[in-house]
Design a protein around this ligand. Structure first.
Ligand code: ATP
Length: 323
């Protein structure tokens, strides 16, 4: 390996910049030429590729988003698109690639690598934390902390008016953001896609609390909940418990932005460093993860969305602590 490319693909997540910085500087430490590819695979196809120096990544470790920008590319799904991308790497002599993104990006990287013999390394960059083979993904901790901060604020106004707030958080078909932010903010109920949502039970528990005149009620709903998220849950609650003043708040994209937390900067730095080390050691086509605080390498074609088996223990704790 002498020249490497780095790109961010799929949805952005806070901490991607810290990962880019680590890849660039570790590459330069190993005397590699490092190239930034703009807009994920789109930039590879459109030849939007530039040489990066150590100073290209100065002053970015604390910034959200990604200086390389993110994109999805349908063209890269086609063999012709990937061939075009390869020509652009070949003409610069780029012989390895670090892809920061989600499982879709890794699938693309694996295909590309099989076709053109370009070794690839994946780094898990997603706020959803839904990737197998790692305890952490770059961006999750920031997103969940943003959600906690926002829900704390909602709780203040809910308390002042004796209102019930249904708060929808992101996570797509994963419930990690909802579970973690719900526990950390003392939500009475947390609805996640990994478990069956029992509406009757929810209504009974809210109704019972209302009778006891328990004041603050927070229900945190994952956007991927089977009932279709916050608006739908609020609609049902309003209909069945008309005496409760119920409001809904969809947190939305604020969860994707903002300065990465210390933890996200740490894991991004560690993963970025090991991405290049792994290439140097000849370990190719793997995703770098961290499991039980140890580096863990998952073959790119096994780096799939994790369907978490959420332990019932957590949901039991939620019930007891919110009673
Ligand atoms: P996020 O979790 O944020 O959605 P992701 O990496 O899973 O990130 P995708 O949109 O699934 O996001 O994939 C990103 C890009 O990777 C796609 O736009 C496409 O260019 C490429 N890609 C995904 N799946 C494949 C595939 N099976 N073959 C080739 N390329 C793919």
């Amino acid at each position: 390996v002498t020249k490497i490319g780095v790109l961010t693909s799929g949805g952005d997540s806070p901490g991607m910049n810290a990962a880019i910085r680590a890849v660039v500087r570790t590459g330069i430490y190993h005397e590699l030429e490092v190239y930034g590819v703009m807009r994920g695979y789109s930039g590879m196809i459109d030849d939007d590729i530039f040489r990066m120096e150590s100073r290209s990544v100065a002053n970015i470790i604390q910034r959200g988003g990604t200086i390389l920008k993110c994109a999805r590319s349908d063209e890269f799904r086609e063999p012709a698109g990937r061939a075009k991308a390869y020509e652009n790497l070949k003409k610069r002599g780029i012989d390895a690639l670090v892809v920061i993104g989600g499982d879709g990006s890794f699938k693309g990287a694996q295909k590309f690598s099989n076709e053109f013999d370009i070794p690839c390394i994946g780094l898990p960059g997603t706020i959803d934390k839904d990737i197998a083979g790692t305890d952490f993904t770059i961006g999750f901790d920031t997103a969940v902390n943003t959600a906690v901060e926002a829900i704390d604020k909602i709780r203040d106004t809910a308390d002042a008016h004796d209102r019930l707030f249904v708060v929808e958080v992101m996570g797509r078909d994963a419930g990690y953001i909802a579970l973690h932010s719900g526990i950390a903010t003392g939500a009475e109920n947390i609805l996640i896609p990994e478990t069956k949502t029992n509406i009757d039970e929810l209504i009974a528990s809210l109704g019972e609390k209302e009778k006891r005149r328990k004041l603050v009620n927070l229900v945190v709903v994952a956007e991927g909940d089977e009932f279709g998220g916050g608006n739908e849950i609020a609609r049902i609650v309003k209909k069945r418990l008309p005496n409760i003043d119920t409001r809904v708040c969809i947190l939305g994209h604020i969860q994707r932005g903002g300065a990465p937390t210390c933890l996200d900067r740490l894991i991004a730095s560690r993963m970025g460093y090991h991405a290049v080390e792994s290439l140097m050691q000849g370990r190719y086509n793997v995703m770098v993860g961290i499991v039980n605080n140890k580096l863990h390498y998952t073959p790119l074609d096994h780096a799939i969305k994790a369907k978490q088996k959420l332990s019932n223990q957590w949901l039991k704790i939620v019930k007891i602590l919110a009673s």
